[in-house]
Design a protein around this ligand. Structure first.
Ligand code: ATR
Length: 291
């Protein structure tokens, strides 16, 4: 990759950020299209988000992704928010025009695009979401917007699921939505009412983690999504391969949210296959070098 005196600089802010694979596939896209742009990680500590944001126009940074722990706290530093970012209450993409920083959220549309690629429509579906954190908010609002008929949010801390349920109900009154806990009995009660489950919790990030849902509840009419992409096969995905009619991990969502950011920054159609291949190569490299 050639960096020139005129290269436009994009990047991702987070803490930690060194594990992020966004630089890999965003730079692959710039290189493939021959754009004089580069994408770098910016490690920004939690208390330094204001200072970092003030520096963006001064440094002529052209656009940013935002990850943990800044997705919510960055909002107070921005000039405006897209409707999506406002609804979700979090920002994963910033566009820059002069001194004006605008916050967007492409996580939900990235998830819906990856579902659609897997041949799974949202309209009229009954869906169980495990987790009620940041990732869940983006997914739940976009499912409601996409016309899901029933949404059940199960979370260890039930009050968080209840609060998210209430916010969705106010905005999308036609959706049947309920909150529950994540105990065995809670899940048993709701599992037979759904045709898709989505894990948005962090259970599965560690290779030795159990499945967030008991194996005995899985059946052949379910489509199973796990937002985790590393490891690619969580225990939940392994069960789904054995017992369910389809499954998908989080790598498609990662690519599609990044592709949507790319489009916002450049106005150019992103080369999805190039980005996906770069991500797959990087994940493959990580798994062989950690063996
Ligand atoms: P993210 O931005 O990735 O969604 P988050 O906002 O910290 O991260 O949310 C993490 C989610 O994983 C939450 O739903 C959390 O449940 P709580 O709200 O009860 O904390 C869930 N989670 C994390 N570890 C968990 C565990 N060991 N058992 C059950 N749920 C867990």
């Amino acid at each position: 990759m050639k960096i020139t005196g005129k290269s436009k600089v994009f990047g991702i802010i987070g803490w930690p950020v060194s594990h992020s694979l966004s630089p890999v596939f965003q730079n692959a896209a710039f290189e493939y299209l021959g754009l004089d742009c580069c994408y770098v990680p910016f490690p920004v500590e939690a208390g330094k988000i204001d200072a970092a944001m003030r520096a963006i126009p001064a440094l002529n940074i052209a656009g940013l992704n935002v990850t943990v722990p800044h997705k919510e706290s960055v909002i107070s530093c921005l000039s405006a928010l897209s409707e999506e970012a406002m609804m979700i209450g979090a920002v994963n993409t910033i566009t820059v025009s002069g001194d004006r920083l605008v916050g967007h959220n492409t996580d939900g549309q990235g998830f819906i695009a990856s579902l659609s690629e897997a041949g799974e429509p949202v309209d009229g579906r009954s869906i169980l979401i495990l987790g009620a954190g940041g990732a869940s908010r983006a997914v739940v609002f976009s499912l409601a917007e996409g016309g899901a008929s029933t949404i059940i949010i199960a979370n260890r801390t039930v009050s968080k699921a209840e609060s998210l349920t209430e916010q969705v109900r106010q905005r999308f009154p036609a959706v049947k939505i309920e909150a529950t806990g994540m105990e065995h009995a809670d899940l048993k009660r709701v599992f037979h009412n759904v045709d898709m489950i989505i894990n948005t919790t962090s259970i599965g990030l560690k290779i030795e983690d159990p499945s967030p849902a008991p194996k005995e509840f899985l059946h052949k009419d379910l489509f199973v999504c796990d937002l985790i992409y590393n490891p690619p096969d969580t225990e939940l995905i392994r069960y789904a391969k054995e017992l369910c009619r389809g499954h998908m991990n989080g790598s498609g969502m990662l690519i599609h949210q990044g592709a949507a950011s790319f489009k916002l920054w450049t106005g150019i159609e992103p080369p999805i296959q190039v980005m996906r291949q770069a991500l797959q190569d990087a994940l493959q490299h990580r798994s062989t070098s950690s063996r």
